[in-house]
Write a protein of this length. Structure first.
Length: 224
């Protein structure tokens, strides 16, 4: 999502020196994200910056392995296989094959996420995801379900989601507008929990990772 916002020029187009104020303003004005959630996301992004005195981050910082970056992306290949920075159509084709109707429901979002997770585990001998990476992986699916929700009932417009991934731009030309409801930490947590609960093959280890992340990051665990 941050790459997309940079492509629109809403964040610095070069992806550098992104401040807390930038994140709060842009996420709030563009996606109606609550300030408290935007601040929490900024703080997570800052964990990827090597300089302990830094007050800004760059999009390239987010690619540091073992922190927020994780295998089994919905639209990029794992670092083990090469370039993990750019959109990969083959990877995304697998993801979107699970979205079989014009409106993506929770089960389809969970199935697409699980399919990518299982494929990565089966093919990548270096597959490894941290507690935070596991939580953010599920959270990324929750994010598109929230940002591109069409009916207020938890269904995302498939055409908007596909456009977002394939073009790395907001689907305004398809009729998308900013959601009328504020997205709080509780909103994100609840949607993530619904996807987790619909994931048939979730292992005890993965569930434990999610619990550990929630305990360590109460700002993401249902408080706005």
């Amino acid at each position: 999502m941050l790459n997309t916002l940079a492509n629109h020029g809403l964040l610095p187009h070069n992806g550098k020196d992104i401040s807390e104020e930038d994140i709060v303003d842009v996420l709030g004005n563009t996606l109606n994200v609550a300030e408290s959630l935007a601040v929490a996301l900024y703080k997570e992004a800052m964990t990827t910056v090597e300089d302990p005195n830094a007050t800004t981050f760059s999009l390239s910082d987010l690619d540091r392995p073992g922190i927020l970056e994780h295998d089994a992306s919905l639209s990029r290949q794992d670092p083990y296989f090469g370039n993990d920075h750019e959109f990969n159509q083959k990877i995304f084709d697998q993801t979107k094959s699970y979205w079989t109707s014009p409106l993506i429901d929770i089960e389809e979002a969970a199935e697409a996420h699980e399919a990518r997770w299982n494929t990565s585990k089966a093919t990548n001998p270096d597959f490894n995801v941290s507690d935070t990476g596991t939580a953010f992986s599920f959270g990324e699916s929750a994010a598109y379900m929230i940002a591109f929700e069409e009916d207020g009932l938890g269904y995302a417009n498939r055409s908007w989601v596909v456009y977002f991934f394939e073009n790395e731009r907001l689907p305004q030309e398809l009729g998308w507008t900013k959601r009328p409801f504020v997205t709080t930490s509780e909103t994100l947590f609840n949607m993530t929990q619904r996807i987790v609960n619909s994931t048939v093959g979730l292992t005890p280890e993965e569930f434990a990772q999610l619990q550990d992340f929630a305990k360590a990051n109460p700002s993401f665990a249902g408080s706005s």
